[in-house]
Each structure stands twice: as C-alpha cells, then as structure tokens.
Design a protein around this ligand. Structure first.
Ligand code: CMP
Length: 149
C-alpha cells in the first residue's frame, strides 16, 4: 500500500488543544514521531521559504518563535494528506467543523496548526523538523521518535 507522511505543527498557544487535535487527526493515520521544540529564524526561513519577503513574514516568524510548538509526523495511506488538509481548514475563513475554525481565534497568522500540503512536502518537512532540527540549532524540549500510536 502506498503511504503518505505529513508534518503537523501545533502552533504557539494552542498546545493545550493537543489531545483534541490528535483525536481528529488520528482518523487519518498514525502519529509516528512527536517533538516539542522552540523554533528559530534559520529553520523558519526554510520551512516558510515561499513566504520570505511577504508583508506578513516577520510577524509570522515572531509568532512562531514566541513559544513551544508540538510537531508530529503523521503517516497514513493514499489520500491521507488531502484528508488531513480538509480537516485542517483554509488559512483564511476556515469552515465550521475544521480544526482551524473550531479551535481558532479568527487570526490568519495564529491559525492553530500547520499541515504539509503534499506528500512530497511531508517528507521534506518531517526530515527538517526531526532529522535535521539539531543542525538548525533549535531547542528540543522533548522528543518521541519511535512513537507507535
Ligand atoms: P501555514 O499553513 O502554517 O503556512 C503559512 C502561514 O503563514 C499560514 O499558516 C499562516 O500562519 C501565515 N499566513 C499565510 N497568509 C497570511 C496572511 N495573508 N496574513 C497573515 N499570515 C498569513
């Protein structure tokens, strides 16, 4: 069976919603890695490379560095990325029933979670956040790299 992988980031200030967010995401796959970390400019510049220079970029980085983030590797079958992205909701005006709507505060930047937008991005982002995190000099507060549920 073809498998897909996503990198999920619970953004600063929303870590108390982890249990409820995981309950929703677990419908689509299995969390195989979990790490709590403090991001820095170097890793954000690569993670948000497509947004560097946009008017919201500085504000986005300040926010993403403002507190711990919970990062997951979620693995599921074919279509998992699409399903999780639907459950996540849109960046702007997310629909009722989505994670960004139901746990959100109506702020486009502080929009609860990040979820990889393709299986290819999922592999790159998971490698960056788990395998390469130390190279970026980020602070890892706790790590579970062999998680089975
Ligand atoms: P995310 O899906 O993690 O990826 C890019 C992030 O940039 C997005 O969530 C928001 O947090 C932020 N973002 C995207 N567009 C805007 C915008 N127009 N204004 C403010 N923040 C934005």
């Amino acid at each position: 069976m073809k498998t897909e992988k996503l990198c999920i980031i619970i953004k600063p200030g929303f870590e108390k919603k982890e249990k409820e967010i995981v309950a929703r995401l677990s419908k689509y796959g299995k969390i195989t890695k979990r790490q709590v970390m403090l991001l820095n400019d170097a890793i954000l510049a690569d993670h948000y490379a497509e947004h560097v220079g946009k008017e919201f970029y500085e504000n986005l980085c300040q926010y993403m560095k403002s507190g711990p983030v919970v990062v997951f590797q979620l693995e599921g079958g074919e279509g998992c990325v699409k399903q999780v992205r639907k459950e996540t909701g849109a960046t702007r005006n997310p629909e009722v029933g989505t994670i960004r709507h139901d746990f959100g505060i109506g702020d486009t930047t502080r929009n609860v979670i990040h979820a990889s937008d393709s299986p290819e991005a999922g592999i790159i982002e998971c490698n960056r956040m788990f395998r390469d995190a130390k190279k970026y000099g980020v602070k890892i507060l706790s790590s579970e790299k062999e998680r089975t549920c």
